[in-house]
Design a protein around this ligand. Sequence first.
Ligand code: AMP
Length: 908
Amino acid sequence: MTAVAAFLQTAIAQPDLPALEIAGETWTYAELAAAAWSIAQRLPLAQPGQPQPVTALMAQRTASSYVAILATQMRGHAYVPINVKQPTQRNAIILGVSGAQRVIVGDLTSDRFNSIRLAAPDVVKSVEVISCGENLADFDGKYLEQTPADLANDWKERVAYILFTSGSTGTPKGVLVPSSSLSAYLSATQSLLPVEVGSRFSQTFDLTFDLSVHDLFVSLSRKATLVVPSEEDLRQPGRFIQNKAITHWFSVPALAFQMRLQGALEAGAFQSLKSSLFCGEILPAPLALDWANAAPNSVVENWYGPTEATIACSQYRVDPAMMPEGEAVIPIGQPFPGMEMRVLAEDLSELPKGEIGELYLLGNQLAFGYLNDPERTAAAFVTLPDGSRAYKSGDRAQVGKDGALRCLGRSDGQIKLRGYRIELGEVEAALRDASGGRNALAFAWPPNDTEVRALVAAVETEDDFDLAECRRKVETVLPAYMVPTALHAVQQFPRNSSGKADRKAVLAIIAARNDMNDRSEPLGAGAERLMAAIMEAAPALDRRLVRTAPSLFDAGMDSLAFVALTMELERSFGRTIDQDDVVRLSALSFDQLVAELAPETSVRRAGRAAGLRKVWTRLRRGFLKRFDPGFNPRANRALQFIERFPTALRTGAPPVVAVGSSGVFRGFDPSEFASVAAAQGPKIRALNIGLPAIDISGLASIAEFIGEECTKAEIRLPLAIWEFDPMHVSVSPPSGDMAFDRRFFSGKLRSRSSASLPPEFDWSPESGGSWQSETVALEPARRPNWQRERDRLIARAYSGGLSFDPLRLADWRRGLFALQKVADRVVVFIHPADQTMLSEVPAKEHGAILVDTLADIAQMQGVEVLPWQGFALDPEDFTDINHVNSILGRPKLTRQMARMIWSRNRAV
Ligand code: AMP
């Protein structure tokens, strides 16, 4: 039976079972069938003996895509997915080559289709366009047909889908997958993969990747539910599994790798999972073990297979207790029932266990061949000496002692990068075109490694050739994952004895250049740290290019590597990077990133090291030259404060000032504070002067600036609140904080206009310096490992077990004195910590350091210290251990603080 027939049977027999969950809607089997039927009615029924109709669809994870696929299958058409994420030019080629007579376009994909129409009017002219809705409400009616067309006798001869994979001549090749092979796959998985009513399948693959066919048809032919992640879910797949209670996971290992980087693979994190399958590229053993640990109720399996043998054709179950010793990569195991896998020598003789040869695939899942390409079909689908038909996979393989197959990488010019299959020849052809016919070679990177992490390429050309322009051209024809990370100009390719470009020698030149770049010109400490993080995330990037390109993307970094980089940055610079930061950072050059992430490294560290005057001067000059305050949003808020405070001070009643770092910035609501004060007596106005990411010495300078301005204007402040942040004065202050020294007060550095930056980087007296966030999530974000470590340290500081740095304490006192001189009353505010998180600190790490220091301050400086343990806040008021969120926590905290201050019960 065909896959769609099984789906329709359920739609008739159990119409109310949930079939599809997408964009907040649940479609039952009956509803999905009715929607598909309404589109299917617009497709002619395939006729035996006639050429099979081909229907393309603009594909994304949208409802219309799934409806369209089902519709094509109900009428016996072959479907061709066109990926909206890929360049228009490539899509136009695929649409043309596929010979599709119709294309189904959803509401959400019509823009992308119109681009194809504009780019290739001739191709589109001969194609009928069928529009398809995206919501359940767009369809009504019923599925009425009891016998789908593809139950007719000739369904086995039909093509279910045509998928285009990278082709070595520069044109993608279309693999023709028969309905019979899909059906064989579905029966094989019947015995390998338990599925039941209520099973919930993930859908992580683009619809142009054949593994998506598994998600769609295994779930829908077996009464399960297909749960489609949003783009946001795909950025946080761990949360998706948890929130949607996924039971059946299927992805490329690269996605699991991303999750591991995000800190999502915690022990026991995925209780709902029963089955976890990985396919498409090598599965590293440590990753598989981490996954098994995170999904304790799940079997974990490595599946293997090319598109030409329908989705997957071998399987290996990972048993954490019995991992093959000394192997870094999980085996690909045993063939599926109905399939056979042979490791053959060049003369096609079978090799004994342990010997390495090429892997050939035989059995009932093989494709018909390539669309309109008998030559390549004959080269890949061969007849073996025993007369059987086999697919020559191009994979090097070996049968291990345990009888399980190992895949050892490719024997041809094809590579797998994050699950994507890439013919180096296709990349080379695009480079040749883009460089005006120059010779070009592409390589997997790093050299000689089974785990491919990037693509690099060389163009045979003069040194001053415009590589950036060449890259831009390539970007318009190749999907992003096929664009080389690093592009090199090599004057003359070395030749081998037959006169052909010597691939190995060219690769050696690239490797040598990278090596040289590694050792060229030393960088400052912060820059070096940044470079190390970049190289960790994207090892193939050319260091020289990284330092000179307008942004890391211009240097060849792709978005997945950029996500990995932001995590490296969080770890090594101790900064929290949110979605907005990611967008902003992605536009910065290397130098701007250094200025943003580590502006102080060179100045402060070198300054402290006595005797290093020369180094200090050089680094300081470099820092000054590079630093553009307009690009440092945190500096921007402080600069705006410096520019605007003098006027604000003189306009209206003397203000109450709350001065500090992010504790004040996030926790102090000036209007809330003023209204509590008004209820208690005094009518005041308040200013939030919380300036995050500035170190304690910089904050003390801000306090001095406030003091100087008050003295100049002869104004006394009724009250100043001065934050004591235990971390800022500790021996382990936030490493990303900048040294905000007196130069920032000179008037030479100007702030950026507010319009160019998010409001949180503004300081305006009209809003009392307050920052309104509409998007703060109430639920605390999942914390990556490094952040949990940081939180433990913060918890230790609050528990009194972390030492303070005497120099930083002196800086803090400097700020206090400055405010005491001009304010009638000064209170010290310590941002409360989330008690539930504090209770995790083991007793042996408790101490009296914080209590003693605060007692000293209260006594010696004669200042009131607000008891931080006196705040009554709940876990949901916090975004992290020592910051409140702006929706619940901030008003609550401010009210309690105001009451403590204005009530007669003055704090100790
Ligand atoms: P595709 O046609 O895009 O599915 O790519 C098929 C190729 O991906 C295979 O020929 C292998 O080179 C590679 N591949 C697929 N699954 C695995 C796996 N589990 N381990 C190693 N390589 C794999």
